[in-house]
Ligand binder design. Structure first.
Ligand SMILES: [Zn+2]
Length: 146
């Protein structure tokens, strides 16, 4: 595949390790102390498993057994470096954040285990998510414009 085809395919480019997300201009962020963890597209992080013929399905909860689109967020975007999962009653979709050690990100995903001031940062590989661990950090937060 040519480099151009790779770009047009819209997938996660292997060398694109930093996020393209930037903060809104002329708006001051709120600084919030948040609990941060990491996640990746794997079944362990995203609550899915393969059914008897190999199709990914949701592993548990009220949606158990329903088809799972692996690598896609709850808001319908492709998960990528910079995707943040949060409790959307606190941080609505589109909230932009700057997380020290991770960079800029945007809330595009949710998770049943995420409540209040706990956010989950997307990584491509499980080992990176595990390496991040759990960190309490002062995060810059730009809420979406109403
Ligand atoms: Zn994982």
């Amino acid at each position: 595949m040519t480099a151009l085809a790779l770009i047009l395919s819209g997938g996660c480019l292997p060398w694109a390790s930093t996020s393209h997300i930037r903060p809104p201009r002329n708006r001051r962020p709120r600084i919030m102390l948040l609990e941060t963890t990491g996640y990746c597209p794997c079944g362990k992080c995203c609550n899915w498993r393969r059914n008897w013929y190999g199709r990914p399905v949701i592993a548990s909860g009220p949606m158990r057994g329903r088809p799972k689109r692996v690598g896609w967020t709850a808001s319908g975007t492709r998960a990528h470096r910079g995707t943040i999962a949060a409790d959307t009653s606190v941080f609505p979709y589109g909230t932009i954040m700057y997380v020290p050690g991770y960079g800029f990100g945007r809330v595009e995903d949710t998770g049943s285990a995420l409540k209040g001031n706990h956010i989950d940062l997307f990584f491509r590989h499980h080992s990176q998510a595990v390496k991040w661990g759990r960190r309490r950090l002062r995060v810059k937060v730009w809420p979406p414009r109403r």
